[in-house]
Design a protein around this ligand. Structure first.
Ligand SMILES: [Zn+2]
Length: 455
């Protein structure tokens, strides 16, 4: 939707609220007037000052002209973990790579505000998310460009072509080299320092209305296409059938050196570029932001509430171990991403030294499977325990996870040669052994039965 600046200014004047504000913007301004660096700084500092139990404010660094790249970290900071003791999920969001794409920046702000105000109002969804999740939101990456209403940073570089992922001089204004600009370097450093294990990264822009997943640099589908297509289908079925959800190369146009491709290709996150509808060069909007961005916010809430599913989540439900022979397991993947490099490890619980590792197996997204693994080199020892070792997603850069297997699902089938036969009687056992030996001799040329008869 397009509006004329004259109407907008009139609306804002009628609201009687043209003056700069000292604290967090009243809703009437926030709803219609895009943030400047000054008003954003006021707002995020107010959040951190007023609600320290859920908002921490930090900076990823400074822009070319020395403005802070604020990051609001939102969670229930009274607890380091989820209520069940497991690590919190991590979400990373940034806005404002392009200084003139104000609606994208405002979507990052609205998303942060939704959870902060929801928590204060006692909203069940916000409370649950903040108990289980850390949201890291860099609302305005390119504050210099924002204040100048410019796409570029102050070195006239397009920051969303400056990331160290298939960087090329073929792109317009991609900089002197990958990460030549402080704004992009700081963003990458923040990812590496604070949110290496994030399971969602959304970078917000305006342009053509789209939620775009990797890749931009190639028309090939990303290795985790199943995850992205699941998300696409669910958004279409439950939120808005018209929102385009596509890979960026086809849905927008080919691009190199973007933060989206970097986030997926180098950090291994499931990543999206969220482009709100196309409007630039305006200081604000007549239609309220929360109304204009309502579908976008609903999609963000869906992506954040369901973050637990945006990776492989293996769960062994049954495991039969025959040391020196095989491991048979039934494994369920509760996540919506496939994993291709899963294995079972046998480790010392104390030192985590790996004593044995199975060959690799795959488990498809939202699926389950039976696997029989060669365990000829496995022998059990005191203090040993089984664990799953696998990648969260298919992409090479995806994080590895190491998760203990609940002992109640592990059944050890002892090979009889290792022990003794306690019943029904020693005499009967001896008879059995003699019979077994004769049988074995007679079948010694049948390779498939040898292992069994050795027992
Ligand atoms: Zn943009």
């Amino acid at each position: 939707m397009r509006v004329r600046a004259g109407i907008l200014v009139a609306v804002l004047l009628l609201s009687g609220l043209g003056a700069p504000v000292a604290a967090q913007q009243p809703d009437i301004i926030q709803e219609h007037w895009y943030h400047s660096y000054l008003t954003l700084t006021n707002d995020v500092q107010s959040w951190a000052g007023d609600y320290p139990e859920i908002v921490l404010l930090t900076t990823a660094g400074t822009t070319v002209h020395g403005r802070q790249q604020w990051v609001v970290q939102i969670s229930n900071w009274a607890n380091d973990t989820k209520p069940d003791g497991s690590p919190k999920e991590k979400v990373y969001i940034d806005g404002g790579h392009h200084g003139n794409e104000h609606l994208g920046t405002e979507l990052a702000f609205l998303t942060a505000e939704f959870y902060i105000e929801g928590w204060i109002d006692g909203d069940a969804e916000a409370i649950e998310v903040l108990q289980n999740t850390e949201l890291h939101v860099m609302i305005l990456l390119n504050a210099d460009g924002n204040d100048a209403d410019s796409r570029w940073n102050m070195n006239q570089v397009d920051l969303n072509r400056n990331y160290d992922h298939h960087w090329t001089t073929e792109e317009t204004a991609s900089g002197d080299g990958p990460f030549s600009e402080p704004e992009t370097r700081n963003n990458a450093d923040y990812m590496a320092q604070w949110v290496t294990d994030a399971d969602l990264y959304v970078t917000m822009h305006t342009g053509t209305w789209i939620l775009a997943y990797p890749w931009g640099f190639t028309g090939e589908m990303p290795p985790d296409w199943e995850l992205f297509e699941h998300i696409r289908d669910t958004i279409h079925e439950t939120i808005d059938a018209d929102l385009p959800v596509r890979n960026a190369n086809a849905g927008i146009y080919p691009t190199h050196g973007t933060s989206r491709d970097y986030g997926y290709g180098i950090m291994g996150y499931p990543t999206f570029t969220f482009e709100t509808d196309d409007e630039q060069w305006m200081p604000g909007t007549v239609e309220s932001l929360s109304s204009r961005l309502s579908v976008e916010l609903e999609v963000m809430r869906y992506l954040i509430s369901n973050i637990w599913y945006w990776r492989a989540r293996l769960n062994v439900t049954q495991m039969e171990v025959t040391p020196g022979k095989e491991v048979v397991l039934h494994v369920v993947n509760n996540g919506h991403a496939t994993t291709e490099n899963a294995s079972i490890q046998y480790v010392f619980e104390d030192s985590m030294e790996v004593l044995w590792q199975s060959e690799n197996f795959s488990v498809n997204a939202s699926n389950e499977t039976h696997v029989t693994l060669d365990a000829r080199n496995l022998s059990l020892q005191p203090g040993g325990t089984f664990a799953l070792h696998y990648m969260k997603r298919v992409i090479d850069s995806a994080q590895w996870v190491h998760e203990p297997i609940d002992a109640q699902f592990v059944e050890v089938v002892e090979e009889q040669e290792e022990g003794w036969l306690p019943y029904p009687s020693a005499a009967l056992s001896i008879v059995c052994m003699i019979v077994g030996a004769i049988y074995s001799k007679s079948r010694r040329n049948a390779p498939l039965s040898v292992e069994k008869e050795r027992n």
